[in-house]
Design a protein around this ligand. Structure first.
Ligand code: CDP
Length: 795
């Protein structure tokens, strides 16, 4: 009953096609220790690079003395900005048209910024060498908070930029201000809430690293690196280094998690490449955990004030938001360039709201640069958090059940395709169905009664129930709307069927653990009727793969997944004429039977042939009308993004004595359109929910007033472990995307985007009866206890 309309019939034909729980092909090498990560790469004569980092957040570099390091036996070189300047490599472009120092040329702008590099024969020597580099700093006053940075007397961070007189970067607005003000003026009810989305770190298990290898014989630079976007990185490498693009090869081997952290180019990659070029030896740079947390792309850091306008009976008529964004010392957010605040203007969420207006100001601070899309499509996480929190606040204001107020305001399923007040074109949705399913799975009415009972009995542990009915936007492009550093966000697939009937699919996206080697093979298996085991998926080598924009923002399935399906259909079209030749029938009499995975002659089902059997014919007995071979390429520019959605319901127990929060129930109903591999989707949901719990309950990169990163290692930046993760109950509905060739939407980021508001809504809900309207993340026990204490609930 959940499997709604299908754009094309998917049969799960038993050969590993759509909807089958095929075991992950990649797991054999991962669980037998045969994964191949950057740090596994060893090359003859390979040198090691260690970065010297600033202990200060804001300081002028007066002098760098590397002589004590250079005097060490195994140290080969000490590099500073001066050395890089010789090769025009002292600076590099960020993802938002800013320019970042590769090694500090004049002034340090955040703690742990790259100041010099030591190249040595082994990693220990490089580290010892780095400790002996002496840097003379003139320490300056830092500013780490975005609001403070915009004060008139704040220290000017970017004094090297002409025309930069303060720390203001840009203002942005969206929606219709006047119409929204008018709706607010007429509203029977309005609510307002301040909320912060704290600075987070994407924290992949594998930190960033590279092995750069300049080959002077071939004039070619090969860089093995932890990249979520190898082709885009090749273009950037070529632009920065001046090495022609066909002489740059980026290889992304196995990548141990990316989550947006491996989208930007970091100074370490450039230093390793520059060192290899100068020294003519391979150079490896692999950062440590604290370097990863303290210096690479952070996420979120939005300070938001949101408002809703509504009628007395809870119809939402307007939404307003004002944001202060901390972008760190350089403007390096990963945003498709036509959207300076990313996709934040999706903040009308799942609701049919008449008027919307948003404004945002971005500021420089003495903190690491970032604003990457951490398991998220460019600020959609902040937008979802905002609207889902506001809806809960409104429900409490009106004393209406939060499920009912959502139901009342949902975009109705018959309204799709739907254009939101801020101009987004939602492809398909059935929000009420997902909510109803979640309510039933969560035994919602029972928990509401139990909550009331505990309040009446003055119980030690309060119950809170939180809902989030989120809408996501994933699958950037279209190219006309979205680009990274000017390159349109299409994606690609190249499919070659071999004479012996197996195939290689090469894709422009880059898995970091999501299981593409399995699911992309399933798409081809579905389209060509082949066995999934006879299809190999390759990615991550720019010398062989077609150009693609990489994997982030759950774009792989919506974009490259579509390209794989279209390429397979092109192959099928060609195979049809070969089938006619082999079956000695006219091409118009040949029919494709998806169920059996065969072509057969119309009216004569026993005269049939599979694509595997045809493959030989394509090379040995091709029809005169066709070229030999059986292959096709597709570059797919999506007509629109896809809009997965879901309803999550979280029940928590809040301990009035300790402020501790326990998860009593955690229900997640997701809809990602047609499902390729339910088992992999389940894994994606579990992982993303764990990250959502980390966000809501414990994670934050913090700074002290001197600009020291106080949450810069895993002792202080707390990740959830199995101990903190409850049992998830997952469910799904299926609302296919009408414009995607296989009706699929992305899913990877939905749980990380959708779950934090459900969790915060739950914890707040436990204290709503006493007047608590909001609890800031991370909701550590002390934070929760403060709220309990404030409203007289603490014991
Ligand atoms: O871009 P990324 O791979 O991170 O995200 P995604 O496109 O949402 O896909 C995550 C994983 O879930 C991939 O292995 C997909 O092929 C799989 N998936 C699926 O099986 N069915 C869907 N409708 C969407 C994703």
């Amino acid at each position: 009953e959940d499997d709604g309309p299908q754009p094309e019939k998917h049969c799960g034909h038993g050969r590993g096609g759509m909807g089958e729980e095929v075991s992950r092909k990649e797991d054999k090498r991962f669980i037998t220790g045969r994964g191949n990560y950057v740090d596994d790469i060893k090359k003859p004569g390979m040198l090691h690079c260690e970065i010297v980092r600033s202990p200060h957040a804001h300081a002028r570099v007066k002098d760098i003395d590397g002589s004590r390091a250079e005097a060490m036996d195994d140290v080969v070189a000490v590099l500073t900005a001066e050395d890089l300047l010789e090769h025009d490599l002292a600076t590099m472009p960020t993802l938002m048209d800013d320019t970042q120092d590769v090694l500090v040329n004049d002034k340090v702008k955040f703690q742990s910024q790259e100041v010099a590099a030591v190249i040595a024969k082994d990693r220990y020597a490089a580290k010892d060498g780095a400790e002996r580099v002496e840097v003379d700093y003139e320490v300056l006053d830092p500013v780490v908070d975005a609001a403070d940075a915009l004060e008139e007397d704040a220290p000017l961070i970017r004094d090297e930029l002409d025309d930069q007189e303060d720390n203001h970067i840009f203002d942005w607005e969206t929606g219709d201000r006047e119409a929204t003000e008018a709706v607010f003026d007429d509203a029977a009810v309005t609510i307002e809430e301040d909320m912060e989305y704290q600075r987070l770190h994407p924290a992949p298990i594998e930190t960033c690293g590279a092995v750069a290898d300049w080959d002077p014989g071939m004039d070619k630079m090969t860089v093995h690196m932890t990249s979520q976007a190898p082709h885009a990185h090749r273009t950037l490498f070529s632009q920065v280094s001046g090495i022609p693009e066909h002489k740059v090869r980026i290889v992304s081997p196995d990548v141990g998690g990316g989550f947006g952290n491996k989208v930007p180019i970091y100074p370490g990659y450039v230093v390793a490449a520059a060192a290899s070029y100068v020294l003519e030896e391979p150079v490896k740079w692999v950062e440590e955990r604290s370097e990863n947390i303290q210096t690479t792309g952070f996420a979120r850091d939005y300070d938001m004030t949101g408002e809703l306008a509504a009628t007395e009976d809870g119809e939402i008529t307007g939404v307003k938001v004002d944001v202060l964004a901390n972008h760190g010392a350089y403007n390096a957010a990963a945003q498709p360039s036509k959207f300076p605040a990313g996709f934040f203007n999706i903040f009308t969420g799942s609701y049919d709201i008449e008027a919307a207006y948003g404004s945002l100001t971005a500021a420089f601070t003495n903190t690491a640069p970032g604003g990457v899309a951490y398991r998220c499509s460019f600020r959609v996480t902040e937008a979802v958090y905002l609207i889902e929190r506001l809806v809960k606040v409104l429900a409490d204001e009106l004393d209406v059940d939060p499920a009912e107020i959502r139901r009342k305001n949902f975009i109705p399923s018959e309204a799709f395709p739907y254009e939101s007040a801020t101009g987004w074109n939602y492809d398909s949705g059935d929000y009420e169905k997902a909510l109803d399913k979640a309510l039933e799975m969560a035994d919602y009415d029972h928990y509401r009664e139990e909550q009331q009972r505990r309040i009446e009995e003055d119980a030690d542990k309060l119950l809170g129930i939180g809902i989030s009915s989120f809408t996501e936007v994933v699958g950037a492009g279209p190219g006309k709307q979205c680009d990274i550093a000017g390159i349109e966000m299409f994606d690609s697939a190249d499919l070659r069927v071999n004479p012996t009937g197996n195939a290689v699919l090469r894709v422009g996206v880059q898995t970091q653990g999501q299981g593409h080697e399995t699911t992309f093979a399933q798409i081809v298996a579905e389209e060509l009727g082949m066995d999934v085991d006879s299809i190999t998926v390759e990615h991550g080598d720019t010398d062989t793969e077609p150009y693609g924009l990489g994997t982030y923002g759950s774009r792989s399935t919506p974009v490259a997944g579509a390209a794989a399906a279209v390429a397979a259909r092109k192959v099928r079209d060609k195979a049809k004429s070969i089938a006619a030749n082999e079956l000695e029938a006219a091409e118009e009499d040949i029919e494709w039977d998806r169920e059996s995975g065969e072509f057969h002659v119309a009216g004569a089902p026993d005269r049939s042939i599979t694509i595997t059997e045809i493959a030989a014919g394509a090379y040995m007995n091709h029809p005169d009308s066709e070229e030999p071979g059986l292959e096709a390429t597709n570059y797919y520019d999506p007509p629109e993004m896809t809009y997965p959605f879901g309803s999550y319901i979280v029940v928590v127990e809040v301990d009035r004595e300790t402020g501790e929060v326990d998860f009593e129930k955690f229900v997640a109903v997701d809809d990602c359109g047609n499902r390729i591999n339910p088992m992999i989707i389940e894994g994606q949901i579990h992982g993303g929910l764990a990250q959502g719990i980390g966000t809501a309950m414990m994670e934050e990169v913090t700074y002290d007033d001197n600009g020291n990163v106080t949450g810069g290692d895993f002792m202080n930046y707390l990740l959830p472990t199995a101990n903190e993760i409850p049992n998830f109950e997952t469910g799904h509905t299926v609302t296919p995307s009408p414009h995607h060739p296989i009706g699929a939407k992305g899913v990877g980021e939905s749980p990380t985007v959708g779950s934090p508001p459900a969790i915060v809504n739950a914890v707040t809900d436990a204290m709503t009866h006493a007047g608590v309207s909001h609890v800031e993340m991370p909701m550590t026990p002390d934070v929760v206890w403060e709220h309990l204490d404030e409203v007289g609930l603490a014991q």
